[in-house]
Design a protein around this ligand. Structure first.
Ligand SMILES: C[S@@+](CC[C@H](N)C(=O)[O-])C[C@H]1O[C@@H](n2cnc3c(N)ncnc32)[C@H](O)[C@@H]1O
Length: 319
């Protein structure tokens, strides 16, 4: 059990106390300084397992994740507006301070996707795309150049802001679509996608995340791929952690934990083909191989020498 006496937890708690008393979470010198300190504190690999926190620290973590989510939304809105003020917004994405992080995260997600999928996806959904849909833009621009991207966001302002970024680009304006809706209200439309990305901030606690995943399991096409963003170690104080056991209805193929400035872990899973004895209401549980398969490879050369830990690829185990 990890409690508040742990030195790392004490440091995170101290930063939480300062951040939670800020008048506003909008980007400013103080906000940027505190969140930079928080990210640098949570980034290094650590012994901490956020599923084993004492009640008091768990409560602080839940509040901190929501605060980080709100601040991230405000940061993306702030920079989306600045980038959109240029004639060719897509040539100015590097104004966003975490643009290179998204380049690396999208490269990693593309490498993982191509490792498990032989065909180039025709249609991809990104759930929780936000006012600055960098993942869709980077994947569409550099990696999946014939794929169409359907971006879903519950926030009405996200669509109008995102459209201002891509509408001046002849290629992306034809391949990028934006929908304002709660993903829980999208049903049979989910069947159209070869790949669904689920943003880290959709489902802010375990219960919410599981409900979203179960909804996707119910309506996604059998055999379609789900790419989820999670967190590992102390990074679990910044983002919700997705446990393979939460992925009922999916076969978990690989889990990758970057150890550099790419904060999110990446999980790739495939929706089971619907067995005869199951129905959409009662999806089959995840095929989770015994834990002995979940060895940690410090560096997997197949993934372009990105600094990461990879939990062994399940499909290799099955072959
Ligand atoms: C701020 S963006 C940040 C995306 C971030 N890069 C990530 O990977 O999570 C997260 C977006 O998810 C959206 N969102 C949260 N819950 C949602 C839901 N149930 N359906 C659709 N969008 C949702 C929020 O409105 C927000 O704009």
């Amino acid at each position: 059990m990890v409690c508040e006496k742990d030195p790392l937890v004490q440091k995170i708690t101290d930063l939480y106390d300062q951040i939670s008393t800020l008048d506003s979470l909008k980007p400013s010198k103080d906000v940027n300084m505190l969140f930079t300190q928080l990210v640098l504190t949570c980034m290094p690999p650590t012994h901490i397992d956020v599923t084993k926190l004492c009640k008091k620290v768990q409560q602080m973590r839940s509040k901190l994740i929501r605060i980080c989510g709100e601040a991230e939304g405000l940061l993306e809105t702030h920079f989306s507006t600045i980038v959109a003020s240029y004639d060719n917004p897509l040539h100015h994405l590097n104004i966003f301070p975490y643009y290179t992080n998204y380049l690396k995260l999208s490269q990693l997600e593309f490498n993982i996707l191509t490792k498990h999928c032989s065909n180039v996806p025709n249609k991809v959904a990104f759930v929780g795309s936000g006012p600055l849909p960098l993942t869709s833009i980077v994947l569409a621009s550099f990696h999946l150049k014939t794929t169409s991207f359907h971006n879903y966001d519950i926030d009405p302002s996200a669509k109008s802001k995102a459209l201002r970024l891509v509408s001046s680009d002849p290629d992306l304006s034809r391949r990028m679509f934006f929908h304002t809706t709660d993903i829980m209200d999208v049903t049979n439309g989910l069947k159209e996608y070869d790949v669904v990305f689920l943003a880290a901030l959709v489902g802010m606690d375990k219960g919410e995340k599981v409900r979203v995943v179960e909804h996707l399991a119910k309506y996604m096409n059998p055999g379609a791929v789900l790419m989820l963003r999670s967190a590992h170690g102390a990074r679990g104080f910044l983002y919700p952690v997705v446990d393979p056991c939460d992925l009922r209805g999916f076969q978990v193929l690989s889990i990758v934990h970057p150890t550099d400035e790419v904060i999110n872990s990446v999980i790739i899973a495939r929706k089971f083909p619907m067995p005869k004895h199951c129905s959409a209401e009662h999806p089959v549980g995840p095929m989770k191989l015994p834990n002995k398969c979940f060895d940690i490879d410090m560096l997997n050369p197949l993934l372009n020498h990105v600094n990461l830990m990879e939990e062994l690829d399940i499909e290799d185990q099955l072959s």
